[in-house]
Every structure is written in structure tokens, then in C-alpha cells.
Design a protein around this ligand. Structure first.
Ligand SMILES: O=P(O)(O)OC[C@H]1O[C@H](O)[C@H](O)[C@@H](O)[C@@H]1O
Length: 267
């Protein structure tokens, strides 16, 4: 794995500006990080918070989830690694990566509070031509067991099951998961609650337009060489993204997308 920087609060790496581990509310990890990530040099870690840009998944001509997660970002500050904020930046020149013909400047700021973490992703068009991009943040939220976890807030949000291609019906109860996993895109960015046995995470965001909810399930996980057997039960990805509706940026325009997570113990 790429060299990472650690302090008591979190561990992160310049490769992909990826936050790898973070702790909120006691001993439990906020983010899942696969122990097999280390076997994949120069690959984004399987876990933490990858940044996806300029393409979400395989929904375009470029590489899956874009090139930003496979590049070294520059450390922007603070001067000394601190326990409560960190910033990385990435300058993209026309034609530099995968022939993508545009210029952009990305910046990812992360801020920690007593029981919450905030991310802000900025994408600025620094070139002469307009472009459309898709992507967002891909957090792997750590859970004790995804089969005993539920996600509240998306019951009436229009969505699509990406595996079957079918529109989702409104749900009477929060979403739950079993061994089949889930890959669903929801149109809208309502506030959500991810509820585990011991704690819940309150998720909110802005700028991004959709939530992608992904867990590979047992069958797909068996094909992921950087995931130990059974570990697909230890996380759920609830991702603030612009996936099926790319963002348009004219020269000089800036997109800002935010994500906040608040940790709360369950009594
Ligand atoms: O394995 P990765 O390239 O990191 O992608 C992991 C997953 O990310 C997203 O959530 C997509 O919806 C999935 O289609 C994809 O498999």
C-alpha cells in the first residue's frame, strides 16, 4: 500500500487523497479497511473513503471510477499533520490522464469534530472548455454485521437496482441486507440514518445529487481478491455521488459537494 500518514484520529494517504481509518465515539472504527489492501501496490485501498473522478463506475469511456483514486494528490495543509483537519489537492492537465482533454483542480478537505466528520470536495474547471464529470465519495462505513444493520431515509426515494435494471418500489421499512448484497442508485440526497446494534451514523450531504448504496454480497465478494472471505458483512457503502446525472462545469466554475457523518451511541 502507499505510504500513509497517521495520528490518533485517523490515517490517510496521498494516493487518491484516501482517508483510510478514522475513529469517532470510542473504540469502534468509523470506516472499514480491508487487511488485504496492502497486497495491491498502487491500487486504491479497499475501504476508507476513495474519491471518484471524473467518471462514476463504468458509466463512461474512461477507467472504472476515474483516475483520481489512482494518483498521488498534493498535501495542501495544515503545515503539520493535525488531528482535526486535512486537505489534499490534485491538478489535472488536459490529456494527462486517460486522454481526458480538460483541466481541473480538485480539493478535498476533511474536518473532524467531537462526534462528527465533514468532507468537502471541490472540482474547479481551470481550462478553456466546459466538461461534464461524474463521481463523488465512496465511504466504506464499518458495521459489526451488515445483516444486522438498517438504512433509514430512502424508503420513498426513487431509485434503481443496478443489478436487475429495475426501478425500486417504495419501501414500508428501512433497507436491510442479506447475502445477496445491494447495488442501488437513489435519486436525491435526503438525510439518512445507518443503524447498527451499538450505534448509528447520521449522514447528510449537499451538492451531490444521488446516494449509491453498495455491498457486494457473498457471490460478488468472492471475486474481489482484496477482500478476505466474509468481510463483505463488515461494511456498507453509502456514497454521495453524481452518477447517472453528470455535473456540467463551464470554464472557471466550481462544484462543491459535502458529506457529514455524525456518530451516536445507541442506548
Ligand atoms: O471495486 P471498485 O472498483 O472499487 O468498485 C466498487 C463498487 O463501487 C460502486 O459502488 C459501484 O456501484 C459498484 O458497481 C462497484 O463494484
Amino acid at each position: 500500500m502507499a505510504t500513509s500518514t497517521a495520528c490518533a484520529t485517523w490515517r490517510h494517504q496521498a494516493l487518491g487523497a484516501q482517508l483510510l481509518t478514522a475513529q469517532l465515539g470510542g473504540e469502534r472504527p468509523l470506516l472499514y479497511l480491508s487487511p488485504l489492501s496492502a497486497c495491491q501496490p498502487l491500487q486504491p485501498a479497499r475501504g476508507g473513503v476513495p474519491v471518484l473522478f471524473p467518471q462514476f463506475a463504468q458509466w463512461g469511456p474512461g477507467r472504472k471510477h476515474g483516475f483520481a483514486r489512482q494518483l498521488d494528490w498534493q498535501w495542501v495543509g495544515p503545515d503539520e499533520p493535525e488531528a482535526d483537519r486535512l486537505s489534499y489537492g490534485l491538478d489535472v492537465l488536459p490529456g494527462q490522464w486517460d486522454g481526458w482533454p480538460h483541466a481541473a483542480q480538485l480539493r478535498l478537505d476533511t474536518r473532524r469534530w467531537a462526534d462528527s466528520l465533514d468532507w468537502s470536495l471541490q472540482v474547479r474547471n481551470t481550462g478553456q472548455s466546459a466538461f461534464d464529470w461524474s463521481g463523488g465519495l465512496h465511504p466504506y462505513w464499518a458495521v459489526e454485521d451488515v445483516w444486522a444493520t438498517e438504512l433509514d431515509g430512502l424508503q420513498s426515494c426513487p431509485g434503481r437496482d443496478q443489478l436487475s435494471g429495475l426501478a425500486l418500489s417504495p419501501q414500508a421499512a428501512p433497507w436491510r441486507w442479506g447475502q445477496e448484497g445491494m447495488e442501488c442508485l437513489f435519486d436525491g440526497l435526503p438525510d439518512l440514518t445507518l443503524r447498527c446494534a451499538t450505534h448509528e451514523l447520521q449522514l447528510s450531504g449537499s451538492g451531490f445529487t444521488q446516494w449509491m448504496v453498495w455491498n457486494p454480497g457473498a457471490a460478488l465478494a468472492a471475486g474481489l481478491t482484496d477482500l478476505p472471505p466474509g468481510d463483505e458483512r463488515r461494511f456498507i457503502c453509502v456514497e454521495p455521488v453524481c452518477a447517472s446525472r453528470p455535473q456540467h462545469l463551464a470554464p472557471g466554475q466550481t462544484f462543491t459537494g459535502t458529506l457529514s457523518v455524525r456518530w451516536q451511541a445507541r442506548s
